[in-house]
Design a protein. Sequence first.
Length: 166
Amino acid sequence: MDAIEVLKKRRSIRVFQQKPILKDQLEAVVDAGRFAPTARNLQPWEFVIITQKRVLSEIAKLAENGRFIQDCAACIAVFSSDTKYYLEDGCAATVNMLNAAAALGIGSCWVAGDKKSYCQDISRILNAKNNLKLVSLIALGYPKEDGAFGIVEKKRLGEILHWEKF
Ligand SMILES: Cc1cc2nc3c(=O)[nH]c(=O)nc-3n(C[C@H](O)[C@H](O)[C@H](O)COP(=O)(O)O)c2cc1C
């Protein structure tokens, strides 16, 4: 798939096969995250790959809109140190990883981190240092239905694109 095809085909996946994801593939996803653009090139991010069922369950219990983390093959916790643009930087890395996963045939879903009351608890579970903020959680796994990515409606280009001025 070329890059634009991947961007258009990626969809949030919340139901996964039990099949594990190879370590190399998980590292390839995170590796794509570190190539994201970052304000003043600070690269404030750090990533934790979680594959242990026990820890996935603990996270799933805390993340009220991410219960499916319990059944994913792996979860990437995206942290940023507390810089001015920590959130934008962490989000840019998150999007890179979602798209990298899609390119590798791995389903993913962004689960909210920043602004959520469970951030502190999840940071504690993962032994994160105090200066790190949890930006997002990425649930990963092979999609349940035969590799078919689920579909949500996207606004049409004509609704949101304005040339030169509104
Ligand atoms: C900042 C942010 C937070 C999100 N948090 C959650 C979440 O907690 N749980 C969830 O199931 N999906 C979450 N999502 C995924 C969105 O629901 C999803 O991207 C949206 O419905 C569009 O669907 P698509 O990803 O298939 O294009 C989040 C997405 C973003 C960008």
